[in-house]
Design a protein around this ligand. Sequence first.
Ligand SMILES: [Zn+2]
Ligand SMILES: [Zn+2]
Length: 487
Amino acid sequence: MSNIIIDKTDEIQSYEDFLEDFKVDPSVTILSKNCLTLLNEYAQLNGHVLLFQVISQSGQSHQPIFAIAVLLDDRQFPAASASTKREASIQAGYKVLYQLCLDARQTQRFITDTNCTLFDRIASKILSTYRDLCLSVQLELIGCKVLAGFVLEEIDKQTLTVICLATGNKSVGGSVLSSQGLVVHDNHAEQLARRGFIRYLYQQIDYFQKKQESIFEKTTDDKLILKSTIRIHFYTSFAPCGDSALFTPRDKIVEATVKDEHELYRTARVQGQLRSKIENGEGTIPTEIKSSILSLDAITNGKHIRHMSCSDKIFRWNVLGIQGALLSHIIQPIYLNSITIGFPFHYGHLCRALCCRLQDYFHSNPLPEPYRLNHPLIGHTKFKWKEEINRNTNSDDSLNWNIADNNIELIEPSTGKRKPNNEISRLCKSEIFQLYKNLNTTDRKSYYQMKQTSSIYQQCKYQMFRGFELYYSTGWISKDPSLSMFL
Ligand SMILES: [Zn+2]
Ligand SMILES: [Zn+2]
């Protein structure tokens, strides 16, 4: 028997809103539940006797109208009318669910545990958090093409907590690049979500230093490490741009099961290569055969800015960790436990793109500890990212939220600045660097120098670049260091 959870919130919805939300709730639509099955489960679970009573039948014989009311034990709920008994029962069922929600001062959100994989539970958490956040902003403002987020699992408490999420699928052009780290260059949801996660990590380091409850503990080498009871999960509504999305519909979709074994699937020579995002566009193109630095001069002279694709950046998380170079001074690398992906999904192609493509290379050229090639669980979720939640939006703006700041920020992707007043975003490099400096007040080095002095991290990064050149004749494009020289 499935388990119905009604989430607690203080807000009371109108009946119309309740119905509308109910019909697009992914946990209902995707599991093909309707209000009758939910009501049956609710009654069974709580030991009630559920009865549908025909109160009256009116209309002409070829156009009858049935009025049906629900009895739950001996409590009668308001009746509903329709031209068939089934439809009248469904309508009456909605009224019962709405009344039950009101009774408990709870809005609708029925999550049934049956048939839910880990990936579904993660997706459902992110989607419902997103929907709650949207109650507080004008929906037209939010671009909704891709949604991504991080979820923290506490194994001992059996809880999943959404740490951060973001929407977006655009990046800035070369004309607005900032050498002071004041612009968010890459506004793809996956990258914004990661930066939100990094803000959360700084908060947790701060808590640790103040001897408050934190996700970290001390290791023998004096760095902080995630407690062994903590796991980090990543969700994205679409296959990340670049290599992950590089397969044809002819490749059979492999459905979701939690598998331990990764499969490297490669049917074309271009698969596995590094790719960069197209300026002002949504596609990606392969990079040159050697790793290179895109100089600021070249960009000012009209060369397009090249951001690495999300598939490549996520691959990098699986080699270097998600914490980045700066935090590697303080903490040990943090690797993802799982990656949940909406659509399109192909297990073997995703394994290749997100971790397995340099499996052989790292096997013969192992990374220095504590770095490693991480193979997270990769899985599909049946919970769809419903664009109709944001009806009528043409906006490209990115939304980001994280649990440490606990408010919403909107970024205009053409400027990489915060809306509505063009202020700098909390996710830009200089703001993140400020968090670092708050922890290490004595260091006077620039952002770039601080990253460079993370020597094992840098060594692993160059080793990864070499692997791509050797195995796929493809090079990583780094940005001009002059874009990171700020203090
Ligand atoms: Zn992307
Ligand atoms: Zn793998």
